[in-house]
Design a protein around this ligand. Sequence first.
Ligand code: GDP
Length: 296
Amino acid sequence: MAFESLSERLQGTLKKVTGQSQLTEQNMEEMLREIRLALLEADVNYEVVKDFIAKTKEKALGADVLGSLKPGQVVVKIVHDELVELLGTDVSTVDFSKKPTIIMMVGLQGSGKTTTTGKIAKRIKEKDGKKPLLVAADIYRPAAVEQLKTIGQQVDVEVFSEGTDVSAEKIVTDALDHAKENHNDVILIDTAGRLQIDQPLMEELKHLKDIAHPDEILLVVDSLAGQEIANVASSFNDQLGITGAVLTKLDGDSRGGGAISIRYLTHVPIKYIGTGEKLDQIDLFYPDRMAERILG
Ligand code: GDP
């Protein structure tokens, strides 16, 4: 599971502290060093780690941990609370009340963008009784259009597609008209990805944003991407202004640290998580659950 190595490391460190009746200044430093190492080894962005450690230390000193009877437990709580804060405190959801709600799905190739687009469509159709429309705007990979069509069939949601010979801008414009006639209340636009971030991709996404006026721009991020997550999240956010992130593949062998970085670096919440390849393997992101999983 995601966060496993971070979790083990922190558990070990905190157990050491918990086992001590008296926390000295020296072993508190040692504990902070261990936490710092664990976070870095888990691929948490360096700046995030620095800040996390500084805040934890400040709170620990402020809470007068050194003099408390159960210093370990106080530190565990501080670390837990700091993690929750870092992960976003509250559950953040997409607001589907606007009709239509327009969502642009963005992300690098292979992140799970197309799959996640289908998952969200299925979820809101079944849970919220919505009538979504999937829009195949990734014109650079014919396979992407076919993939979305297949997923559309599986989740029984209409897919708007005009093949790969017209511009993405035209597809989106036509899709919006189609959705109006068809009374779709949610429009999910599957945009093109690239293996790496490049400027032409960003320019195209900016054009699509101008045309679609999306209520949400959700960045899909592969939780297995490690330190790269920080760059991806920052770049997409700087250029496009994302409104949320989806973390995929949390069922895999992710070290998880990049997830912690997203919120810190972009200030946008993680709104969904992907927990498998199947189209119902999607969930909301619960910061407290995640923090507890990290701490064990
Ligand atoms: P895209 O290129 O970003 O559109 O990525 P795809 O949607 O095609 O997904 C790439 C691969 O990741 C596919 O094999 C998906 O089945 C897989 N995938 C997507 N989300 C998840 C997830 O949450 N867990 C796992 N294990 N695999 C996923």
